[in-house]
Structure formats: structure tokens, C-alpha cells
Design a protein around this ligand. Structure first.
Ligand code: AMP
Ligand code: MG
Length: 424
């Protein structure tokens, strides 16, 4: 897909393509066709690798753990010395500590005192926990009821030599960083970070640090995007506020597309008088512009300016966040090399609120998932759902997703929720 332009043009001629009422799933699918993950990589120390995407498989060069070792403090014995019915007294031939193995071999009639993590000495095949042993000087008396091989951690049971420990495409969490370290690996190869440039459009906007005059409002969308992009591990290029002026917008688009893999704007995509984004994109690149059958976030532009992907999000602060999480997030993760792209978790719970909903579009209402005294989960809607009310995002920990066919929801009905806590 070196030149996506013909495909974009073909799309607008396709039978099921209605740019005035595009279903959410269809818009996602179309975007997916244009995404080619970045290929440049860099080496980073494991300490700097949190959240980065592995550019290839990590293979274990040896067994982890390297040797059979004890899962308990106790005695390493030869199972054949134990009696099925009754006690046997064994001679304690020495001690195996974690990190200081017992050098000899456990002979018939002998055992070795062993600590958790101690290497199981030659000759022994079973660990008896210390609570099941009567110890006196250099003698240990062991009863019946034991199983051959009990309380052992086997060599390679965590990772076998030659095994793929971590697959390429995975983002490193603390668990993976620990796993890499357990292999003695200090540096990993990761994809370079995705570069994302963004700006807000609107004559009414001022940035924080400036006093808002009459009729002006503070730009919040740029700061929301800064946060969302940072959480996704992107390298962010904040290009500020751009006035609703075709010349300035064109300059900003060109600069952003030259500096980044992805450009994300907000505002100016409805078809009001000062909404120049669509026309400009048509001039500078190839654009797919939709009115998506969703609420909030109806107008959305996607396209390419040269090699850069472009997302033109609506201006309303809630619409920005909803369209980001429903369309942009997955695309950015795919471009960043994530494979597979993990979906935001979703499941069904009873809704305790009555919800107003018109059929024919997907709604993403903001909800609060909570547990009652009996431990059962349910969801309620946050207050006013207006697309300018950012408080409804701040109070929410999930989206309530109401599909196209759904009408009003009566309290008590099961609804699909998508968790945003810790993600959004
Ligand atoms: P637009 O899509 O440009 O017509 O903007 C729709 C609404 O969102 C208008 O009320 C704008 O004032 C508001 N808006 C646009 N951009 C921002 C922004 N960056 N921060 C806060 N509100 C915005
Ligand atoms: Mg505007």
C-alpha cells in the first residue's frame, strides 16, 4: 500500500460507503486498511523499556530456573528411603542454601537440610517440608504419606532454553521487564516511538497562561490529547492553537505532516463557515471525511498528507475524547507496532439509570461502574451527557455503549460497558 490515494478514491465509489452516515465499525475497518506499522527500531535498557513495544521475539538462552530447586525450607531426601507406613530416621549430611549448593551426593539413608531456592543435591529427588520432620542434632525423622518429586521447582519450568519468552509486538509491562531481567538481558530492541503532532483550531481559543478575553475560551482539547497520547507511549509534538484562517491552517498542516507520523487536529471539521479543514485536506492530501452514525463525535476526518496519517477530530471536548478512544487509539497502537492491539475491556452489567437513546446511531454515554454492598457490579450514567461537558468524562470510569438498533434503556437492563479507568 505505497500509494493509498487510489484506494481512498475507490472507497468513495464503493456500494456501502455513505460518507454522511458511516457506521462506527465500518469507519474503523476503513482506517485499518491504511495502517502500516513503523519499522525503525532502537536499543533501550530494560529500565527505560516500560511501555515500549518489542520489535522481535525475546528467546531464553537458558533454563529459568537453571536447576531443580526447593520450593520450601525442609529436607532433600531420596524417596526410595521413605516408608509407605511408618517413620524412617535419616542422617543429615549437610545443608543447601539458596546460592550455596551442597557439593556432595545424598547417599542411601541420608538427607540434606535445604532452604527455599536451594539447588536439589545429586541423589535427592524429593523435598519434605521442615514442619513434617522431627530434627535432632544430625538426625531427621520423616513419616509416611509423601509423594516422589514433591515441593520441587523444576529446571526450566518458568522458561525453557530456546523458548520464546516474549513475542514481538508486545508492550513491556513491569512483569515483562522482570521476565527479561530473569534472562540476564539488559537491553531490548523496541520500535521507535510514534511521532504525533497535534494542534487545536478555533478563533475563540486561548492557551493556558493567557487571560481569556470576552467570548474566548481556554483550549482544553490540546491538553487532553497531550495526556492521552503520552499514555499511549507516543512522542508528542504540541503545535498550539491555529486560527480559523486557511493560510495559517495550511502552513500548520504542512509543518505537522513533515514532522510527524500522525497529525491530530481538533475542531473545524463540521461544515460551518469557518470550518476549512476538509477543503484544505483535499488540497494537501487525500481525505476520507465522515459523518459517523454516533453520538457524541459525529464529524470525523481521516486521511493522509504525504506519508503522514491525519485525524481531524470534532471540536467539542467530549467528542474529542470519545473519537480518540473509539478510532484513534487502536490506529496509533497498530502504527506503533503493537500486535495484537489489545481492545479496551468490555462486558455487560445491569444499568441502574433510565437512558434516553435514539435508534440509528451508536452512543457512547459516560458511566460509573460501581459495586454494591453484596459485591455485585452495576453501572449508572454520569449526569448531563452534552458533548461540551468534560466533567462527564472526568466523573466516568467507563463508556456505556448503546448499539445502533437500541432505543431508550429502562433501568435494570443489561448494557455493554467499556472500561476506561486507568486507560483514558
Ligand atoms: P468546532 O468543531 O470547531 O465547531 O467546535 C465545536 C465546539 O467545541 C465549539 O463550541 C468550540 O468552541 C469548542 N471547542 C473547539 N475546540 C476546542 C478546544 N480546543 N478546547 C475547548 N473547546 C473547544
Ligand atoms: Mg471551530
Amino acid at each position: 500500500m505505497n500509494d493509498p490515494a487510489p484506494t481512498l478514491r475507490q472507497l468513495s465509489c464503493a456500494d456501502d460507503y455513505d460518507p454522511n452516515s458511516m457506521p462506527v465499525a465500518k469507519a474503523r475497518e476503513v482506517i485499518g486498511r491504511f495502517l502500516t506499522p513503523i519499522i525503525s527500531t532502537e536499543r533501550v535498557h530494560v529500565r527505560a523499556a516500560l511501555g515500549r513495544v518489542l520489535a522481535g521475539d525475546v528467546v531464553s538462552a537458558f533454563n529459568v530456573p537453571a536447576d531443580d530447586n526447593s520450593a520450601m525450607d525442609g529436607y532433600a531426601v531420596r524417596f526410595s528411603d521413605l516408608k509407605g507406613d511408618g517413620e524412617v530416621t535419616l542422617k543429615v549430611a549437610g545443608t543447601a542454601y539458596a546460592g550455596v549448593p551442597f557439593k556432595g551426593t545424598v547417599k542411601a539413608g541420608e538427607c540434606v537440610r535445604i532452604m527455599t531456592g536451594g539447588v536439589v543435591p545429586d541423589g535427592a529427588d524429593t523435598i519434605v517440608m521442615q514442619e513434617h520432620v522431627k530434627a535432632e542434632k544430625d538426625r531427621a525423622t520423616v513419616g509416611s504419606g509423601h509423594r516422589k518429586g514433591q515441593n520441587l521447582r523444576r529446571a526450566g519450568e518458568d522458561l525453557a532454553a530456546g523458548q520464546v519468552a516474549l513475542k514481538g509486538g508486545l508492550a513491556l509491562r513491569p512483569a515483562e521487564i522482570g521476565l527479561v531481567s530473569s534472562l540476564g538481558i539488559g537491553e531490548v530492541t523496541v520500535y521507535r516511538r510514534l511521532r504525533v503532532a497535534f494542534f487545536s483550531t478555533g478563533d475563540e481559543l486561548v492557551s493556558i497562561g493567557t487571560v481569556a478575553g470576552e467570548g474566548q475560551i481556554y483550549d482544553s482539547n490540546r491538553y487532553t490529547r497531550h495526556g492521552m497520547l503520552t499514555r499511549l507511549g507516543c512522542e508528542v509534538i504540541d503545535m498550539g492553537v491555529v486560527r480559523d484562517d486557511p493560510k495559517r491552517l495550511e502552513h500548520a498542516f504542512r509543518a505537522a505532516a513533515g514532522a510527524a507520523d500522525v497529525v491530530i487536529t481538533s475542531g473545524g471539521v463540521s461544515v460551518g463557515e469557518a470550518d476549512f479543514v476538509k477543503d484544505l485536506l483535499g488540497k494537501l492530501g487525500e481525505v476520507v471525511f465522515w459523518k459517523i452514525a454516533m453520538k457524541p463525535g459525529r464529524p470525523l476526518a481521516y486521511g493522509k498528507i504525504g506519508a503522514a496519517h491525519f485525524f481531524g477530530l470534532p471540536g467539542n471536548p467530549v467528542s474529542v475524547m470519545v473519537t480518540f478512544y473509539q478510532f484513534v487509539r487502536d490506529a496509533l497502537l497498530r502504527l506503533s507496532g503493537r500486535d495484537p492491539v489489545p481492545p479496551l475491556p468490555s462486558f455487560k452489567v445491569p444499568c441502574t439509570s433510565n437512558l434516553k437513546k435514539a435508534p440509528g446511531r451508536t452512543e457512547f454515554q459516560r458511566g460509573v461502574l460501581a459495586q454494591d454492598a453484596a459485591g455485585n457490579w452495576s453501572v449508572r450514567v454520569t449526569g448531563d451527557q452534552g458533548s461540551g461537558i468534560l466533567r462527564s468524562m472526568s466523573e466516568a470510569n467507563c463508556f456505556i455503549i448503546l448499539p445502533d438498533s437500541q432505543g431508550n434503556v429502562v433501568a435494570g437492563t443489561l448494557v455493554e460497558v467499556q472500561v476506561m479507568e486507568g486507560v483514558v
